[in-house]
Design a protein around this ligand. Structure first.
Ligand SMILES: [Zn+2]
Length: 95
């Protein structure tokens, strides 16, 4: 397959889309200083997943790279899983 979008990049895009939805829903927050994404409200996974699935079913253009609902769920899970409670610059400022 001679694709300009290898699977690796597609997966990264799915992850970014899921992260963006989570930030919009304030489940995740992006630090203004270091751009790091931190966990804003834990326990919102189901709500973010439902919203992402809703957009996927509504054929939202931003969801076009997702092939099925399982990929949407996996991306949301992944986006919420690897986030810290605090970003690095918060830690640095902690005296
Ligand atoms: Zn920061």
């Amino acid at each position: 397959m001679n694709s300009t979008h290898p699977e690796e990049y597609r997966q990264e895009g799915l992850h970014n889309t899921a992260t963006t939805i989570a930030i919009e829903m304030e489940a995740l927050a992006q630090c203004e200083n270091c751009d790091e994404v931190v966990n804003n409200h834990s326990g919102m996974k189901d709500r973010v997943r439902d919203e992402a699935l809703k957009r996927f079913r509504a054929k939202n253009p931003r969801m076009k790279d997702f092939r099925d609902e399982q990929e949407v769920e996996d991306a949301v899970k992944g986006a919420l899983k690897n986030t810290a409670e605090e970003c690095s610059c918060t830690n640095e400022g902690d005296d």
